[in-house]
Design a protein around this ligand. Structure first.
Ligand SMILES: Cc1ncc(COP(=O)(O)O)c(C=O)c1O
Length: 341
């Protein structure tokens, strides 16, 4: 099977497994796992932040960040397609008792003016705007990169209104590799940044939530409260460390393959797709109603040995990742031509 459903399907390779097998471990709830401490320090350094916290998932990382920045009744500004809004099971309402106020962006990207329009005045009838969350790269919009210049403009607005800034940087390293802009530059305007190790970077588990020492101390308490304290978890952190040290540059290959896939599929008459809008490793294509629904096409492709994800009635998502080969991309293109012809 050629699995194009997600970059989360990547499995640890032999070298990563060896690093995992050899990891020094201790009880991380006592703060005594040397490999976890090393990973936290290394990712914090990479992002130019004072401290980092290893957490089991990207979802927990975002939810802890929201909990740490807000009070019940607050409001969080995000984009309409944001992961925190669509795919975290209503977490902001459940864990933090906050509401989300979404912006309709273009390709997941919004402007400082759009943010300013949503900021609430001081008024007893209204929630308190507290946090702006930016997803970079943006999953549901097709791996798009949020322009750094616009992030700086939004950060100025945030400073004016005393709002906090969080980045869901599940795939931040894709933006780093695609633009050549260092991770710390992307992270600088944010109070907190969540980086996933288990997506294109290829580690089996985990994210690191970074910010100031005070923020991470608060986040640490919420990790415990959310049940995310883990014991000899250096065996997982070792996979993450290996990924951060050795597998970042490989993301460039995922981007090239996504572009090639997008260019080939955009030539099919029943497909709506602009390859210029494919910035990194995610390709989202619109399919005409005559070709069938996304779910029906997903099924037909499955029979041809290609797994993809129907995102909505007429949309399909394809994600390239390190466990694929160039031949897999050729075969996937062939399968699409057959299924959609
Ligand atoms: C942008 C984004 N944020 C957060 C997450 C959540 O990560 P996890 O699946 O580790 O909870 C994902 C997962 O795909 C994601 O795409």
């Amino acid at each position: 099977m050629i699995d194009l459903r997600s970059d989360t399907v990547t499995t640890p390779n032999a070298a990563m497994r060896q690093a995992i097998a050899e990891a020094e471990v201790g009880d991380d709830v006592f703060g005594e796992d040397p490999t976890v401490l090393e990973l936290q320090a290394e990712v914090a350094r990479l992002l130019g932040k004072e401290a980092g916290l290893f957490v089991p998932s990207g979802t927990m990382s975002n939810q802890i960040a929201i909990k740490s920045h807000t009070q019940p009744g607050d409001e969080v500004i995000c984009e309409i397609g944001a992961h925190i809004l669509n795919y975290e099971a209503g977490g902001p309402a459940f864990h933090s008792q906050v509401q989300l106020n979404p912006i309709h962006g273009r390709l997941g990207i919004f402007t400082a003016e759009q943010v300013e329009e949503l900021i609430r005045p001081q008024n007893v009838h209204m929630p308190t705007t507290r946090l702006i969350s930016i997803e970079n790269t943006h999953n549901k919009a097709g791996g798009t990169i949020f322009p750094l210049g616009e992030i700086h403009r939004i950060a100025e607005t945030a400073a004016t209104y005393k709002l906090r800034m969080h980045m869901d940087g599940a795939r931040l390293m894709n933006a780093v590799v695609a633009t050549g802009i260092p991770a710390a530059e992307w992270a600088a305007p944010f109070d907190s940044v969540s980086l996933c190790l288990s997506k294109g970077l290829g580690a089996p588990v985990g994210s690191v939530l970074c910010g100031s020492a005070d923020f991470v101390q608060q986040a640490h308490r919420y990790r415990k409260l959310f049940g995310g304290g883990m014991r000899q978890v250096g065996i997982l952190a070792a996979g993450g460390l290996y990924a951060v040290r050795n597998q970042v540059a490989d993301l460039a290959q995922d981007h090239q393959r996504a572009k090639r896939l997008a260019e080939a599929l955009s030539e099919l008459p029943s497909v709506r797709l602009n390859p210029d809008e494919v910035h990194t490793n995610i390709v989202i294509l619109g399919v005409s109603e005559e070709s069938g629904t996304g779910v029906a096409i997903e099924e037909r492709l499955g029979k041809e040995g290609v797994q993809c994800l129907a995102l909505s009635k007429q949309q399909i998502r394809l994600v390239t990742h390190r466990d694929l080969t160039d031949g897999d991309i050729d075969n996937a293109i062939r399968a699409f031509r057959k299924v959609l012809s």
